[in-house]
Design a binder for this molecule. Structure first.
Ligand code: ADP
Ligand code: MG
Ligand code: MG
Length: 255
């Protein structure tokens, strides 16, 4: 069963008169239960794709379609997309002074529940869920009471992101691992989180510039994004080939 289906998508970034086409005829399908990786050179449009899918301001779709479980998501506002279960990691990398992590996550959970016409989670249920997950992720209970991301180390921020993600139980999740230097511990945190989230009714898109994350995640498919579209698709071996040969080989073959 296909969860995410993107057909001939084109999208621009920037103000009207200076709008640049960054996504340029992109096709992609991710079935439920699968983890797909997207790799590609810097500036290929990987992050742009994730912003277009989640509906961030400043990104305009100029053609094509994107559906989640058969529903057009491009016509929805970002909150509706989130309520449908679409989750982009690093959606909240900002420091929010004064707002404790738990308060923030509870508000996010309740806004999604509300959009789905569900009741708010009760305080005891929330605390129980949060405590269980916190223990699993080895998060200090005090940490969850501190303001979001303020004064956390890189590794702690990563674990907090995984905590937020797992609390929200997204149906389809997009991880944009940017090109930031993840150390080994952070890499393990992220990959353990992704692996724990694998489920027959959940789809995942892991965007990464480097192959090493995929040593821990083992994607079902690897796609290469270049010049705004998917130019090659393969299994995990494709990621290894890219690591060895760089993108030039694959790009040359396609050209
Ligand atoms: P990747 O994540 O693959 O490294 P991005 O999606 O971040 O690539 O960027 C793709 C291209 O779009 C780059 O050339 C980048 O400079 C350009 N771009 C991204 N955001 C903006 C923006 N807000 N305004 C203008 N150009 C942008
Ligand atoms: Mg980049
Ligand atoms: Mg990027």
């Amino acid at each position: 069963r296909t969860m995410l289906k993107i057909e001939n998508l084109t999208a621009t970034v920037g103000e009207e008169d200076e709008a640049k086409t960054i996504i340029n005829g992109l096709d992609l399908e991710v079935p439920a239960g699968e983890v797909h990786a997207i790799m590609g050179p810097n500036g290929a449009g990987k992050s742009t794709l994730s912003y277009v899918l989640t509906g961030r301001d400043g990104y305009e779709v100029t053609g094509g379609s994107a559906t989640l479980n058969g529903e057009d998501i491009l016509g929805m506002d970002p909150e509706e997309r989130a309520a449908k279960g679409l989750f982009l990691s690093f959606q909240y990398p900002v420091e929010i002074p004064g707002v404790p992590v738990m308060t923030f996550v509870r508000a996010a959970m309740n806004s999604q529940r509300k959009a789905r016409g569900e009741d708010e989670i009760s305080a005891p249920d929330f605390i129980k869920k949060s405590r269980e997950l916190g223990q699993k992720l080895k998060l200090d209970a005090d940490m969850l009471k501190r303001p979001l991301n303020v004064g956390f180390s890189g590794g702690e921020k990563k674990r907090l992101e995984i905590y937020q993600m797992m609390m929200l139980e997204p149906k389809f999740l997009i991880l944009d691992e940017t090109d930031s230097g993840l150390d080994i511990d952070a890499l393990k945190t992220v990959s353990d989180g992704v692996n724990a989230m694998r489920s027959p009714d959940r789809g995942m898109l892991v965007i990464t510039h480097y192959q090493r994350l995929l040593d821990h995640i083992q994607p079902d498919k690897v796609h290469v994004l270049a010049k705004g579209r998917i130019i090659a698709t393969g299994g995990p071996e494709l990621a290894h080939r890219l690591e060895k040969e760089g993108y030039d080989g694959v790009l040359g073959e396609v050209a």
